[in-house]
Write a protein that binds this ligand. Structure first.
Ligand code: PEP
Ligand code: MN
Length: 284
């Protein structure tokens, strides 16, 4: 099956600029290594809503043993009437929280015109599911000189996803991390938002040297499902997780996006210790 993938001139396993055949290309993000021996936990709010909220969550992420902070300043929302993120103010909040906590920042960029501005504050640029086939954006992000987290489009085949990564690589970027975030099926918004496609992890690892993360938050849409799916993803070979977190005691009704899927800090701490126990054999 993998033989039928298109010619990936850069991302193929045997390309000598990458790690030796059969091993993973480790991606360094603000002193954290993704694709090494330890599963990496990137956690934080769905959206940056205020300095207080982001700082509280970042401190909780740090205390739980998380490695990097995620949080959206520019939010891709289905409805144009929904909260779109704080924009540049959100980037400034993330920079302030990085100064306070020392956590590196992972945040989404949606607009090719804003890549430079986002790259000034981010340690890793996230391409969201909806943007996976925005080719001008992929090209621009590939030229930005920062590691890239490339989420899978929720209907994308493995081939389309890897071709998207190849666009980023053609811009010059070698530090690309893939992220499986759920594919849409008949379950949509009944018991869960999507299906976390754990089947894809091994073929991705076989096809390319890129590390792969799983995002059980957007895949499930339900915070109670996040811990078990986190353990399952690491058992299936994921190099780490992207997890949404809410403040301790948060009033979910007041959250501006993805209110039902953020885990409380206590659950995040359980996930971190759980995946350490499961994910010892992550190398290679
Ligand atoms: C996110 O991680 O903030 C996000 C919007 O996720 P996705 O692009 O996977 O929907
Ligand atoms: Mn979200």
């Amino acid at each position: 099956m993998l033989d039928s993938l298109p010619e990936l001139s850069i991302l193929r396993r045997s390309w000598s600029e990458y790690a030796a055949e059969g091993s993973t290309h480790a991606v360094r993000v603000h002193e954290v290594v993704i694709g090494g021996t330890e599963p990496v936990i990137i956690a934080g709010p769905c959206a940056v809503e205020s300095l207080d909220q982001t700082l509280n969550i970042a401190r909780a992420v740090r205390a739980a043993g998380g490695h990097l902070l995620r949080g959206g300043a520019f939010k891709p929302r289905t409805s144009p009437h929904s909260f779109q993120g704080l924009g540049v103010e959100g980037l400034e909040i993330l920079a302030e929280v990085k100064r306070e906590t020392g956590l590196g920042i992972v945040t989404e960029v949606m607009d090719p015109r804003l890549v430079e501005a986002v790259a000034r504050h981010a340690d890793m640029l996230q391409i969201g599911s909806r943007s996976m086939q925005n080719y001008p954006l992929l090209t621009e992000v590939g030229r930005a000189g920062k590691p890239v987290l490339l989420k899978r489009g929720w209907c994308a085949t493995l081939e389309e996803w890897l071709c998207a990564a190849e666009y980023v690589a053609l811009g010059g970027c070698r530090d690309i991390v893939l992220c499986e975030r759920g594919v849409r099926t008949s379950c949509h918004w009944s018991y869960a938002r999507s299906v976390l496609d754990l089947n894809v992890i091994e073929p991705v690892r076989r096809a390319t040297p890129l590390p792969i993360l799983a995002d059980p938050s957007h895949a499930t849409g339900q915070w109670r499902l996040v811990a078990p799916m986190s353990l399952a993803a690491v058992a299936a070979g994921a190099h780490g997780l992207l997890i949404e977190v809410v403040e301790s005691g948060a009033d979910r009704a007041r959250l501006k996006s993805d209110a039902e899927q953020g885990v409380p800090p206590g659950i995040l701490a359980e996930i971190v210790s759980g995946v350490r126990a499961v994910g010892g054999g992550n190398e290679g």
